[in-house]
Design a protein around this ligand. Structure first.
Ligand SMILES: Nc1ncnc2c1ncn2[C@@H]1O[C@H](COP(=O)(O)OP(=O)(O)OP(=O)(O)O)[C@@H](O)[C@H]1O
Ligand SMILES: [Mg+2]
Length: 322
């Protein structure tokens, strides 16, 4: 599918022998929310960190056929260019805001730094705008809070500071990697609403990684399902939930929170384990756990179109099982 914001083709990430991301292709349009789901270790974070050039060069071997964000070719961008792109064009919010915030500087100072660096403001304008941003993300008494250090904020407030910092550069692409998982449900709901509100205002593309499938159903336009480093299914969210086409997706939906259950319910795991990623995977990576496996599954299935904007990697979709 043609994208007007992010276009990733055949992305691979290796950490030594560990082949963590395998031929992953996807795109994000402006204003669109793309959800990413999959069990722990399936490569969700590794994929998105690779897009943003956040893996240490020494550890990660990254290749791709295409890695385009707007007008920028991320595959060939220098480290300096990438630093500018992060913050100005793309930003990420993580589950752990302490990892993103510097403990030595006040919240207001850190947000102002982004404004000075990426939006060319002077110190006074940046300080004023930082206070406004804190206010905007729901930090009460923003003028006083701007002068406080990250450890002086509660978890939910710290998350808001990180969101303010990520949004300060007015990124065109925001990657949210489980940003609300550690928070209680009311705070979580509020932050989700806030991020979506800001998205609607700025038309940014949003990639949302989460384990929470009922949250996903509410926020995502389109969902990518990852298994063992690969995308095994991709579909508009309503289609995916109404009719999952890959047995792994069906397993996730069947065993995890359904729409009619209280949100935030965690996985009742699908029996078995994903394969080790440090050896070649023979055939379909999900086959050993798949209730529908048959002979053909000893070959790796490519992605088959299941609709205009959807695809799944399963031999059952070809009638090969007939
Ligand atoms: N720096 C690294 N060195 C070696 N292996 C790594 C490194 N970073 C990630 N991996 C491996 O890559 C695989 C994918 O990990 P990743 O963190 O992307 O999974 P995830 O889908 O984000 O999982 P979670 O839901 O737990 O966040 C895992 O097997 C992980 O151990
Ligand atoms: Mg992760």
């Amino acid at each position: 599918m043609k994208s007007d914001l992010l276009d990733v083709q055949r992305l691979n990430v290796r950490f030594g022998p560990v082949h963590a991301v395998r031929d992953v292709s996807f795109s994000v349009r402006r204003g669109e929310t793309v959800g990413v789901v999959g069990e722990s270790g399936s490569g969700k974070s590794t994929t998105m960190l690779a897009v943003l050039g956040l893996h240490p060069k020494k550890q990660a071997n990254i290749t791709s056929d295409r890695l385009i964000l707007g007008d920028d070719d991320l595959a060939t961008a220098s480290e300096k260019a990438m630093r500018d792109i992060r913050g100005r064009k793309a930003a990420v919010i993580f589950q752990d805001p302490l990892a993103a915030l510097n403990p030595l500087y006040t919240a207001g100072y850190q947000i102002a730094e982004v404004l000075i660096r990426h939006r060319g403001m002077d110190r006074a304008a940046a300080d004023a705008e930082a206070r406004q941003l804190l206010d905007r993300v729901g930090v009460p008494d923003a003028a006083r809070r701007a002068k406080q250090y990250p450890h002086q904020f509660s978890g939910g407030m710290r998350q808001r500071v990180m969101i303010a910092m990520a949004l300060a550069g007015r990124p065109e692409l925001l990657i949210a990697d489980e940003p609300t998982t550690a928070l209680d449900v009311t705070v979580q709901a509020e932050l989700v609403r806030l991020i979506r509100e800001l998205q609607a205002e700025t038309n940014m593309g949003l990639v949302w990684i989460t384990h929470d499938l009922s949250l996903m159903a509410r926020v995502a336009d389109r969902v990518l399902v990852m298994y063992a480093g690969s995308i095994v299914e991709e579909a508009p969210a309503d289609m995916l939930y109404a009719r999952p086409r890959h047995p792994y997706t069906a397993g996730l939906l069947g065993s995890i929170s359904r729409l009619d259950q209280p949100r935030g319910q965690r996985a009742k795991a699908i029996p078995g384990m994903p394969p080790a990623l440090d050896k070649p995977i023979a055939g379909c990576a999900f086959a050993p756990r798949c209730p529908l496996r048959f002979e053909k599954c000893s070959e790796a299935p490519p992605l088959f179109a299941t609709g205009e904007k959807s695809a799944a990697a399963c031999w059952h979709l070809t009638g090969a099982d007939a």
